[in-house]
Design a protein around this ligand. Structure first.
Ligand SMILES: *Cc1c(COP(=O)(O)O)cnc(C)c1O
Length: 410
C-alpha cells in the first residue's frame, strides 16, 4: 500500500451484492451505537434486591429513558428481577410506559402543574405533591371523580428543591388533615448528599424526616410507604431504608461516588461502540482536524471514529482514549460533531472496520463512566443520559431475561 493513500481495511470494505434494497426494509444501522446489556441489568436488580430486607420495596427510578438506555426495555427487565414500582419525572415518560403495556405502580417525581393533574387518574399515575395549594387541587379532582386519589407527600428536609418544609410542619399539616378525598400512599424526602464519607448532613435530613413523620402521625396521617434513600443512601445508610428505596444509577452498574460501599458482582449495563471508518497516514508536520490542534512530530497512523459531540461525546481536544484491538488509543485533535480521531500508530492490528469502545470494556481495558465524566467536567449521571438519540440502542442479553422484544428508543 502506498503511504499516500488511505488504508482500505481487511474484511470491512468488501464488495457488496447487486440487489437494490426494498425501500420499506430497515436502513442499515450506522456504525456507532449504544449497547445495553439487559442481562447485566437483570443481575444488578437481583443483587440489589438481595441487599434489602424482605419487607422493603424497590422502586426503580427510570427517568430520562432509564438514564439513557431506553425506559421500556429497562422497566420490563427491572420488574421481572425484583423491582416493585417505577418512577419518572415527566407525564410524557409515564404515559409512554403505560402505552407499552406496563402496569406496575408509577410515581411521578418532582412537582406537577395543575394542568397535568386531571390526566393522572386515567393513566393510574401517582404524584408526589409538596405544596398546600397543589394538594388542594388534587383533593378537588378526587371529589369530582367521586373517589379517593393516591398521593406521596414530598417533604423538603434540606435539599430545598421540592416539598413541604420540615421547618413549617405546624403550618401545613393541619391543612392536610382537612382533605377527605386523598389516600396517603406515601411520604418521601430526598438526600442532598448521601454517597460521600461525611454523612453529617444526611443524618440531619434523616432526623428532620423522622420528626415530620411523627408530626404527621400525631395528626392522624399515616402514609403507607415512607421512603428516603437513593442509590447512595441505599448503599451507606441502611437505617434509612424505611419501607422503600428509590434506585436509579446503581441499577445501571455505576456507583454514585468513589467512596460509597461496593456490591459484589454489579456490572455496568451501558457501553458505547463504533467501527473505525477511515485510517490516515500522517507525515511529519501534518495536522489533524479543525483548528490544526494536533501536529505530527513523526509519522503517525490516525483512525477516524464516526461519532462526535453531536452524539454526546465530550468536546475535548488531545485528551481521552478509546479502546481498539484491546489497546488504549489516545484522541488526537479536537472532537468534531460527527467524528473523532485517535492515534493508532502503536496498534497495527487496528484496521478500517475494527470495533472501538468509547465507553465500556474491551479485553483487559475499560473506559468507565467516571473517566468520561472527568473529560466532560461533569458527573456520571450526565455521561449516561448524554448519549443522543441518533445513536441507535442495541440490546444484548435479552434472551437471558425473558422480556419481549420492543422497538429501539425513538
Ligand atoms: C433521580 C432520583 C433518585 C435516584 O437517584 P440515584 O442516585 O440515581 O439512585 C431518587 N429519588 C429522586 C427524587 C430522584 O430524583
Amino acid at each position: 500500500m502506498s503511504t499516500l493513500e488511505q488504508e482500505s481495511g481487511g474484511t470491512w470494505l468488501k464488495a457488496v451484492g447487486s440487489d437494490i434494497p426494498d425501500p420499506s426494509a430497515p436502513l442499515p444501522m450506522r456504525p456507532a451505537w449504544v449497547e445495553v446489556d439487559l442481562k447485566a441489568l437483570a443481575g444488578n436488580f437481583q443483587i440489589i434486591r438481595r441487599e434489602l430486607r424482605q419487607s422493603v420495596r424497590l422502586l426503580y427510578v427510570l427517568k430520562d429513558e432509564a438514564y439513557g438506555q431506553g425506559a421500556v426495555e429497562a422497566a420490563r427487565v427491572a420488574l421481572s428481577n425484583g423491582a416493585d414500582q417505577l418512577a419518572v419525572y415527566t407525564l410524557e415518560e409515564a404515559v409512554k410506559l403505560r402505552a407499552s403495556g406496563i402496569h406496575a405502580p408509577i410515581l411521578l417525581l418532582g412537582e406537577r402543574t395543575p394542568e397535568e393533574l386531571p390526566w393522572l387518574p386515567m393513566h393510574q399515575l401517582t404524584p408526589c405533591i409538596g405544596s398546600v395549594a397543589l394538594i388542594r387541587i388534587w383533593n378537588d379532582w378526587a371529589r369530582r371523580l367521586g373517589r379517593t386519589l393516591p398521593v406521596h407527600l414530598k417533604i423538603n428536609t434540606g435539599m430545598n428543591r421540592f416539598g413541604f418544609s420540615w421547618r413549617a410542619a405546624s403550618e401545613w399539616i393541619p391543612a392536610l388533615s382537612q382533605l377527605r378525598f386523598l389516600e396517603w400512599t406515601g411520604v418521601l424526602s430526598h438526600f442532598a448528599q448521601s454517597d460521600e464519607l461525611d454523612k453529617t448532613f444526611a443524618g440531619i435530613q434523616l432526623d428532620r424526616f423522622q420528626q415530620v413523620l411523627s408530626d404527621l402521625s400525631a395528626a392522624g396521617i399515616h402514609p403507607k410507604l415512607r421512603h428516603l434513600c437513593n442509590s447512595g443512601g441505599f448503599l451507606d445508610l441502611p437505617n434509612a431504608h424505611f419501607d422503600m428505596v428509590r434506585i436509579g444509577l446503581l441499577a445501571h452498574g455505576v456507583y454514585p461516588s468513589q467512596t460509597c460501599r461496593r456490591l459484589n458482582g454489579l456490572t455496568p449495563v451501558l457501553s458505547v461502540k463504533a467501527r473505525i471508518s477511515a485510517i490516515q497516514r500522517l507525515e511529519v508536520g501534518d495536522s489533524v482536524g479543525y483548528g490544526m490542534r494536533y501536529t505530527a512530530a513523526e509519522p503517525r497512523r490516525i483512525g477516524v471514529i464516526p461519532m462526535g459531540y453531536g452524539d454526546g461525546f465530550p468536546r475535548v481536544r488531545n485528551e481521552g482514549h478509546v479502546l481498539v484491538a484491546g489497546c488504549r488509543a489516545p484522541l488526537v485533535g479536537g472532537v468534531a460533531m460527527d467524528a473523532l480521531m485517535v492515534d493508532l500508530t502503536g496498534i497495527p492490528a487496528a484496521e478500517v472496520g475494527s470495533e472501538a469502545v468509547l465507553l465500556g470494556r474491551q479485553g483487559q481495558h475499560e473506559i468507565c463512566v467516571h473517566e468520561l465524566a472527568r473529560l466532560k467536567k461533569s458527573v456520571s449521571y450526565d455521561v449516561l443520559v448524554g448519549w443522543r438519540n441518533r445513536l441507535p440502542r442495541v440490546y444484548i442479553g435479552r434472551e437471558k431475561v425473558g422480556s419481549t422484544p420492543s422497538p429501539r428508543l425513538a
